[in-house]
Ligand binder design. Structure first.
Ligand code: 13P
Length: 252
């Protein structure tokens, strides 16, 4: 981790914790995790639980909120969807864009992630662009190509200034929810490639863009991953659902 980048610990609850459970979980988490000014915590509850989490985090400016997805359009007849503007109105500051489950379970394309990133920025929010290769792509030696294609597409509609303030998450698909984690060295290698591509786009300030690692992070491996060169934070799924364990990861 580079010392000038403040570590980001992000919880992606996916489709878990409705409002009642979310309130209870966040309350316990906040009791266990005292505010610290040397790291940022971002919670990505399901959109329907955002208000409940927001209610409990009002006093905690160290804890930021986000949503897991938004639609490409500003508004309209898109039953079941939410817009970036609505997410902003509901108290979100961040939006996950191009999460592997969006890409591989819901068929989200690079073109859509590009549109979503632009829409997120237009709404005054910060995109967290997720990239990562499938196992067969890694085995074919295509990791770099896949990650760079997703990254370049995702930022293609953004101004340089907006790229400078976004976040990127490297989440190898084979490590998500599988218990199989990338080694710190694996993560560093891919994060370096991402950093270099960002540098080509925005120059030296690419050093300030947090690049998070995600994929089977837990309380046992969090510290080693966070200590790895070029790893500026963690995006945690399953292990963020339980508040005591999540607090321990946030203290890693
Ligand atoms: P797990 O931590 O459950 O592997 O999920 C990672 C992830 O997809 C976070 O966005």
């Amino acid at each position: 981790m580079a010392s000038h980048r403040r570590p980001v610990l992000a919880a992606n609850w996916k489709m878990n914790h409705g409002p009642t459970e979310a309130a209870a979980v966040i309350e316990t988490f906040l009791q266990r995790h005292a505010a610290r000014d040397d790291r940022t915590v971002i919670m990505f509850p399901p959109a329907i639980s955002l208000a409940a989490v927001r209610e409990h985090t009002r006093e905690r400016t160290d804890v930021k909120l986000g949503v897991q997805n938004v639609h490409t359009a500003e508004k309209g007849a898109f039953t079941g969807e939410i817009s970036a503007g609505m997410a902003a109105d509901a108290g979100a500051s961040f939006v996950l864009v191009g999460h592997s489950e969006r890409r591989h379970l819901f068929g989200e394309t690079d073109e859509q992630t590009a549109q979503k990133c632009a829409r997120v920025v237009a709404a005054g929010l910060t995109p967290v662009l997720c990239v990562g290769e499938l196992l067969e792509q890694r085995e074919r030696g295509e990791t770099e190509t896949v990650v760079l294609t997703q990254l370049r597409a995702g930022v293609s509609q953004l101004a340089v200034g907006d790229v400078r303030t976004m976040l990127v998450a490297y989440e190898p698909v084979w490590a998500i929810g599988t218990g199989r984690t990338a080694t710190p060295a694996d993560a560093t290698a891919v994060h370096r490639v991402i950093r270099e591509a960002l540098r080509e786009r925005v120059g030296a300030s690419a050093l300030d863009i947090p690049i998070l690692y995600g994929g089977s992070v837990n309380a046992s491996n969090a510290a080693a991953l966070l200590a790895a060169d070029q790893v500026d934070g963690l995006l945690v799924g399953g292990a963020s659902l339980e508040p005591v364990g999540w607090a321990s990861i946030c203290g890693a």
